[in-house]
Design a protein around this ligand. Structure first.
Ligand code: PGA
Length: 250
């Protein structure tokens, strides 16, 4: 159940099971239960069990995986299904993260199949969209974001679209220390919000639209105060427990 702003930690390929235990010992002391917000961790799949174990008794903190395959099972070496993620304790999955798209060649059609597979398994897709620097410079930001949003949600029924989370993550801001200005993020979030209403009507009024890309303890407050910015998806700044706790308390 999602409440208030969403603070999502994308650990990418960082933190072993042992690291995660150490992290959680500090984090859980520094982040007391807050009913007015939602905190989600996306650890590496092999670290998930250790995080789930450390979070026993803290049902306020939720878990997700960073990727799934769209098939339920079969000969797909190296992959994991939505069902497997769910059984391991994940209730969310990142789909279409820019590193999946641009490092691993994931295409729009695959993001759609993955969103559909997640929804079938009862996991909430967190669909990431965002333009590259050259696309922004060519004035194509809205077009790219809309293309990715429409492709990821194609053929899903409106209720399903209404249950998703969207993250706007400009590629040029990820891991680069260059953050979008709150008003720039807000402008793109408004484009996303309008398109969600076209795709699925009123039920998307509350759809969380997160910002991601070099969010940190210094800029988190300004970003989440911007209109239509409903939370943050944080990579680098989520890896240190003290820093991440202070962002989650924003
Ligand atoms: P960053 O990553 O916070 O390190 O820029 C964000 C993300 O990729 O989700």
């Amino acid at each position: 159940m999602i409440r208030g702003p969403v603070f999502a930690a994308n650990w990418k390929m960082n933190h072993t099971s042992r690291d995660a235990k150490t992290f959680m010992r500090t984090f859980l002391v520094q982040y007391a239960r807050r009913p007015d917000r939602t905190v989600i961790f996306f650890p590496p799949a092999l670290t998930l069990a250790s995080v789930a174990d450390a979070l026993k008794g803290r049902q306020d903190i939720l878990l997700g995986v960073q990727n799934i395959h769209w098939e339920a099972k079969g000969a797909f070496t190296g992959e994991q299904s939505a069902e497997m993620a769910k059984e391991a304790g994940a209730t969310f999955v990142l789909i279409g993260h820019s590193e999946r798209r641009h490092v691993f060649g994931e295409r729009d059609e695959e993001t759609q199949k993955k969103c559909a597979a997640a929804l079938r398994a009862g996991i909430t897709p967190l669909l990431c969209v965002g333009e590259k620097l050259e696309e922004r410079e060519r004035g194509e930001t809205d077009a790219v974001v809309l293309r990715q949003l429409r492709a990821g949600t194609a053929a899903l029924d409106p209720a399903a679209i209404g249950s998703m989370i969207i993250a706007y993550e400009p590629v040029w801001a990820i891991g680069t220390g260059k953050t979008a200005q709150p008003e720039d993020a807000s402008a793109v979030h408004s484009v996303i919000r309008r398109e969600l209403a076209v795709l699925a009507g009123d039920r998307t009024k509350e759809t969380p639209i997160l910002y991601g890309g070099s969010a940190n303890a210094g800029n988190a407050a300004a970003l989440i105060s911007a209109e239509n910015v409903d939370g943050l998806l944080v990579g680098g700044a989520s890896l240190e427990p003290e820093v991440w706790a202070s962002i989650a308390r924003t």
